[in-house]
Design a protein around this ligand. Structure first.
Ligand code: ADE
Length: 418
């Protein structure tokens, strides 16, 4: 069996941590039990490019229980939990190609090794498998049934490919399921981003000025949690409706140039490039902390920051201090990569439970229906999304009301009781 992980001796630590995570993933475990009985993925080869975390390990166990053969590589060079990678290889016989801190060449060679499986299904978090297949491994297309995509940034990229007519196989946008983005993006990113910032810096949020760039589902979550910790939150946006929503949610909204003068901590969650750039670094206060929780490390213009700096040093494990010629210091967390995965452990298991339940059921759906799908980006079928919501509520012991037949009739009518 092929693999490339840091150290197989870490497997035992990984085993315990994966068991801990699985206790927070009752929906995925229920699917895993059904998959063990029914083997809906028998004979299916899946290449997965995901953050290699304890929660991802539970997804890998589920796909394996369903009968799939899986190759896993990382979707970010800094997010791999090496003990988890070792556990999957040593205990689960799953080929993993990822090492925390790997350089760019190793990162891409690992993607190629995952693809050497000749997958029927690709499972992406950021579309790196799809991009690599389209650019360099087109010979794999003949075996591919469909792919799934975990994150907003990946879905945007895949929809652009579909619009341009270049997408060569169907994709299910797991991110767009309600049981994914309303929970994972908002509550998962919210908590884990604040967790990453605190682990990296050990700074007090209460009383600090916290600037959130972008008020999508992730930005809403980060702003809500920073506010909950007592920070004064400023939101920056380019979309008028989102900006308006942030105002009515009680935050200050202003341009980044103004916010740059005020912020103690800056966090980008926009999905776009150069959100923090030279003019902002010039305006920032001495000691400002900048980080990113968007998918790619493109939101902070680190090249300009390096050019403006006279010196750079690692001052804490996940903190690099840039000293500008003016003497001012700007601190960058986790090399501008996803701070929640670089400096913390990513989203907690109970939200990944729903995200990865969508992934597992999307893989089953694609196995059944892939040959009927076109080269487009599809949403997760509504019945799958609702079923995951129902299962999650049941696992939490929450009961909800059921409509009376009379109420159902009223909702379906246009002339009753007006
Ligand atoms: N993305 C964000 N958090 C994650 C986690 N815990 N596992 C896998 N992917 C993630």
């Amino acid at each position: 069996m092929e693999y490339d992980v840091k150290d197989l001796a870490l497997a035992e630590k990984g085993r315990n941590r994966v068991e801990w995570a699985s206790q927070g993933m009752p929906v995925l475990k229920a699917i895993q039990n059904r998959f063990s009985d029914e083997k809906p993925l028998a004979g299916v080869r899946i290449a997965a490019c995901l953050h290699v975390t304890t929660e991802t390990a539970v997804l890998m166990q589920t796909l394996k229980a369903g009968g799939a053969k899986v190759h896993l590589c990382a979707s970010n060079p800094l997010s791999t939990q090496d003990d988890v990678a070792a556990f999957l290889v040593a205990d689960e016989d799953i080929s993993v190609f990822s090492i925390k801190g790997e350089d760019r060449d190793t990162y891409y060679s690992h993607i190629h090794q995952a693809l050497d499986l000749r997958p029927h299904i690709t499972m992406d978090d950021g579309a790196d498998l799809v991009s690599t297949i389209h650019a360099e491994r087109r010979e794999l297309l003949e075996d591919i049934l469909a792919g799934t995509e975990e994150t907003t940034t990946g879905v945007i990229r895949l929809k652009s490919m579909a619009t341009a007519g270049v997408l060569a196989y169907p994709i299910v946008a797991v991110n767009d399921a309600n049981t994914k983005h309303l929970f994972d993006n908002r509550y998962g990113t919210g908590q884990s981003t604040v967790d990453g910032i605190i682990r990296a810096t050990n700074r007090l949020l209460a009383g600090s000025t916290f600037v959130v760039a972008g008020y999508g589902w992730c930005g809403r979550g980060v702003a809500m949690r920073a506010n909950g910790m007592g920070a004064k939150v400023i939101v920056t946006e380019i979309d008028p409706l989102r900006a308006l929503e942030a105002v009515m949610d009680g935050y200050q909204v202003m341009s980044m140039l103004k916010a740059a003068e005020l912020g103690d901590i800056f966090c980008t969650v926009t999905g776009d490039i150069k959100v923090l750039r030279k003019e902002h670094f010039v305006a920032m206060r001495d000691g400002a902390i900048v980080c990113n929780s968007g998918h790619f490390n493109v939101e902070i213009d680190l090249e300009s920051l390096a050019e403006m700096s006279e010196a750079k040093r690692q001052i804490r494990e996940d903190v690099e201090e840039y000293r500008l010629s003016s003497g001012k210091r700007i601190n960058v967390l986790g090399e501008g990569r996803l701070v929640n995965l670089a400096a913390a452990e990513g989203h907690p298991s109970s939200v990944m439970d729903m995200s990865f339940a969508n992934q597992a059921l999307a893989a089953e759906y694609v196995k059944k229906n892939g040959s009927t799908l076109q080269k487009k980006v599809y949403g997760v079928p509504e019945d799958i999304d609702s079923e995951i919501g129902r299962l999650k509520l049941a696992a939490m012991g929450v009961e909800i009301d059921i409509l009376l037949p009379e109420q159902e009739k009223y909702l379906a009518s246009w002339d009753m009781g007006t």
